[in-house]
Design a protein. Structure first.
Lengths: 282, 326
């Protein structure tokens, strides 16, 4: 069970992740906004309390690992890592600028705290399975978390890895599907429908559940429950909204990669900062 | 490097796959980071002894090469040293993006073995006959590409892949190779081996083409052509020094490979020569064709990979050299 206090703390953390992410994307004027916004709550839960981490020592072998297979959510991951102290917040404005350590898609060799290089969709699932297996072989008592996009589930490699992880009984692997129902070209259901994602994973031998992906409490409890599962990998389907919390992007079509102007950034940040201020007072 | 050249070129008693398996067992005994992966070809690759010796470090992922390469990358990220095998087309062409990004671009430490290269896929036919595997992987920055010619070289090279960090591709036939080197030979990755002295032309050969090149050189000597034979077993990084030296000393080059002439050994040698010391050159290899089914000797004739084909190219290049057309 998560305390009310912890929920509020993580909600504030999520707000800060949103603010920093919008600010970073706004700095350059374009970026993968939609899919970054929809994973904010899961990142807040993971880095705000669930994961065993040491920001001063990102390479600590006993840590919990995160593979953000939807690598284009990099900007949200970077904001989370910066807020946790892996690197200075000021670095966030270097996003996608020449020579940056914060590229569009996650890169383990550039960004302190990023555990795996991703960007070609589907590949993070196999890498996460390999990491979980390697950690088990090394006798480490840790978890590997994996964030998949919903559109990404159209890649066959995800299902290859799903079979493999179940066969290897990787109960140290916990995956999330950011089911925001949209992909670059439109709605997932119109392009290549996924149907019942939870049932699909269950039929692949996974422990699966679905939650409101913007509810800190529901995500936290689902992760806790997944942590107790033995001999099966777990997946938590996060029902989310693409662009969530960003006034000009939430729920609209064509919000995968956006060109944004100063006015939009100012307004959306203003709205979020107001909520954050209210949160602090309350 | 300390190389002992075999006096007689006979079919080896030890199969290449058996040498590969034994080498990996030795590595696994020495280093508990070593793990083996295969995509439903453990038995074909002769890996049962490894599976028996290290059941917890052998993973048959089933028929999913893309996942296997990603899992190998993940295992490496967690500190293991994976050796992943499939037939060469499926270990390269089938999962190039996984090898390129999850292994290469992510700067991980992965060894890939691709078996039955080129015509040695024989009765599996065109679908299984990679003339392009090395060419595809040559595009991965910093990859090391090795084609051991016999079981002695294979064992020595596999042993040397334990310590260095990076992505390695080992191209090998599974069955019995023609013996080129004696037991006890030590090789250096990236350094070619001169097998026969010669002054008119150099034949650079790799894999099963090494014995064909030696045969050609012997036949040519009766015609008064002195052909040097060099085994380039590391396609990448290529031994530039040896290529330049041979171009300078013999003034004519022939390459011989069981691979497409596009983007394989012939291309790699041509790239070096074009930039440094252009001399007349001819390439023996598969001429932009798909594979087909049949016995190896038939396929070698079909794709013009025999010692006679090499000899013909040598005569031609020597003629070009003496006529000064280049």
């Amino acid at each position: 069970m998560i305390s009310k206090e912890k929920v509020r703390e993580l909600e504030r953390f999520a707000l800060k992740i949103r603010i920093e992410t919008i600010r970073a994307i706004g700095h350059l004027g374009f970026g993968h906004l939609g899919g970054a916004m929809s994973v904010v709550e899961v990142l807040a839960v993971l880095y705000g309390g669930v994961m065993k981490i040491d920001p001063a020592n990102p390479g600590w072998e006993g840590r919990d690992w995160l593979v953000c297979s939807k690598g284009h959510a990099g900007p949200a991951v970077y904001s989370t890592l910066a807020l946790k102290g892996y690197f200075p917040l000021s670095m966030l404005k270097t996003l996608n600028t020449p020579g940056t350590r914060l590229p569009s898609h996650c890169d383990k060799n550039l960004t302190p705290g990023v555990d795996m290089t991703t960007g070609s969709l589907g590949q993070g699932s196999s890498a996460a399975a390999g990491i979980a297996l390697g950690n088990r072989l090394k006798g480490r008592n840790n978890k590997t978390f994996l964030i998949l996009g919903d559109g990404e589930l159209q890649e066959g490699q995800v299902w290859e890895a799903a079979l493999f992880a179940a066969q290897q009984k990787l109960d140290n692997l916990i995956a999330f599907v950011d089911y925001n129902k949209q992909q670059l070209d439109g709605y997932v259901r119109d392009i290549n429908n996924l149907g019942d994602v939870r049932a699909k994973f269950e039929s692949f031998g996974w422990h699966a559940r679905e939650v409101d992906g913007h509810s800190i409490e529901q995500i936290w409890e689902a992760v806790e429950a997944a942590g107790e599962v033995k001999d099966q990998p777990s997946v938590i389907v996060l029902h989310t909204v693409k662009g969530k919390g960003c006034s000009f992007a939430e729920g609209i079509v064509d919000n995968h990669h956006m060109i944004v102007n100063e006015q939009q950034i100012k307004e959306s940040l203003g709205a979020l900062e107001e909520i954050l201020a209210g949160e602090v007072e309350a | 490097m300390r190389v002992i050249i075999a006096k007689e070129r006979v079919r080896e008693k030890t199969e290449m796959r058996s040498a590969y398996c034994s080498s990996l067992i030795r590595l696994a005994q020495k280093d508990d980071r070593v793990v083996v992966l295969d995509a439903d070809l453990m038995k074909s690759m002769g890996m049962v002894p490894f599976m028996e010796a290290f059941p917890d470090r052998a993973f048959d992922v089933g028929i999913q090469e893309a996942n296997m390469m990603g899992v190998a990358a993940g295992l490496s990220a967690a500190g293991m040293i994976p050796y992943a095998h499939s037939f060469a087309p499926f270990a390269t062409r089938r999962c190039f993006d996984q090898v390129f990004l999850s292994c290469g671009y992510a700067r991980l430490n992965v060894r890939i073995a691709g078996s039955d290269p080129g015509v040695t896929a024989a009765y599996n036919g065109g679908t299984h006959m990679p003339f392009e595997d090395m060419g595809i992987l040559r595009n991965v920055p910093d990859i090391t590409i090795l084609e051991p010619v016999d079981s002695v070289m294979l064992s020595n090279l596999v042993e040397q892949t334990l310590e260095p960090y990076g992505v390695f591709y080992i191209r090998l036939l599974r069955k019995n190779a023609v013996k080129i080197y004696e037991e006890g030979s030590k090789f250096q990755i990236g350094r070619a081996v001169q097998l026969r002295e010669g002054s008119d032309v150099t034949i650079f050969a790799t894999g099963i083409m090494v014995s064909e090149a030696l045969k050609a050189a012997e036949a040519l000597s009766a015609e008064g052509i002195s052909a040097r034979v060099v085994n380039i077993f590391t396609l990448k990084p290529i031994d530039r020094e040896m290529i330049e030296k041979c171009a300078e000393e013999t003034g004519a080059i022939v390459t011989a490979e069981n691979h497409s002439i596009i983007n394989g050994l012939g291309s790699a040698v041509a790239e070096v020569l074009a930039e440094t010391l252009p001399v007349p050159m001819e390439r023996v290899g598969v001429k932009d064709l798909f594979g087909e089914v049949g016995p190896v000797d038939y396929l070698m004739k079909r794709f013009e990979l025999t010692s006679e084909d090499i000899a013909a190219k040598v005569r031609r290049v020597v003629e070009r050299k003496s006529s000064g057309r280049d």
